[in-house]
Design a protein around this ligand. Sequence first.
Ligand code: ADP
Ligand code: MG
Length: 415
Amino acid sequence: MSEPRPVVSHGASIELENLSKRYPGSPYPSVDGVSMEIRAGETVVFVGPSGCGKSTTLKMINRLIEPSGGRIRIDGEDVTDIDPVGLRRKVGYAIQSSGLFPHMTVAQNIALVPGMAGWPKARIRRRVKEMLDLVGLDPGEFHGRYPRQLSGGQQQRVGVARALAADPPVLLMDEPFGAVDPITRDHLQDELIRLQQELHKTIVFVTHDFDEAIKLGDRIAVLRERSHIAQFDTPEAILTNPADDFVSGFVGAGAALKRLNLTRVRDVEITDCPTVAVDDPLQTIFNRLRADGTNEILMLDRHGRPYKWLRRGDLMRARGSLARAGTLVSDTVTKDATLRDALEAVLTDNTGRAAVTGRRGEYVGVVDMETLLNSVHELLEADRLEAMQARHDLEESRSAQTHAEQEGHGGEVKA
Ligand code: ADP
Ligand code: MG
């Protein structure tokens, strides 16, 4: 199956210089002199407690909120003074509960910004289809629906499609997955990661959920009150080396386990398991089990998606009909899912492994408990070695210092 490849521009750098916001009537600024540089094509996550100024900072980037002071540059161009409508074409924006217009169809919602930008009708029509494909919704099925005819997850996908429709280099996302259930949220996060691998936009993503930040961010800015930056670094660096008590409080307990969020299913061994199709005759299934010398086989539905696990015993009891035999597959993971998601799926599915699926939900392999346990073990081991090395380095430099002082060199340390 060949899918249309959207024509895309890549990301743009964003520079915030001493950016501030004081709301009228407020005795102190809500955002107080934030400076940071975001590179073209990277995903930066703002994470911090409620009310610390994340949304205010984000909305100043596309001037939904006018700054009280400071500068914003996108690809070096100062946007503090350019017209806000022009800015919409450079900066896509997606928010919680999708923010779709309820009286407009999915297609009309997605066409909004390209329409404002004066694109010809045929180009807009093509673009809407392309965008629906991109976010994994069948254009034929969805373009004429109204938002209320979609699930929360589907609405959120349309929200992302709309934000990307005019192909802006920058995408701002304010807790976009905050209102959906945890399983849908996991899937939306995986899809955003997949999209970003294709599109290389510059994404600024706001959340108060540190696990989400670790999963999505190339770098994370941990913000405290008034958007003061407590730490701005990679997830690995923040987990292994939190700058202060505020950051470690945010990282929370179980930092080692959280490292599971840093490893993807694609990074570990995905194995194959015997499969049969839902329409295969019972005899074929028996033969398959015997030939593979295994006790368990995965049945796929008519679209090639994992459907249920069948054990030998299930077949014995089935007496000619498989309709009720076996255990339904309750959770699957994609290659972009984290090992933590995979672990959860394995524990939920109760078969010691989780099925891995592709973009359209089709079966691509399995990850098993043993692989996951080995990876956890390796991660923990690596953490331990790193901590030991850090202690060792510290002691070395201390003793070098003491030595130098005794020699009368006044604390000068030689490498
Ligand atoms: P966050 O997104 O981190 O939860 P916000 O940026 O929404 O935080 O809010 C930061 C601070 O600014 C809060 O103290 C909030 O009460 C205040 N604030 C936000 N919007 C307004 C507004 N329109 N008028 C006055 N104060 C506001
Ligand atoms: Mg907010």
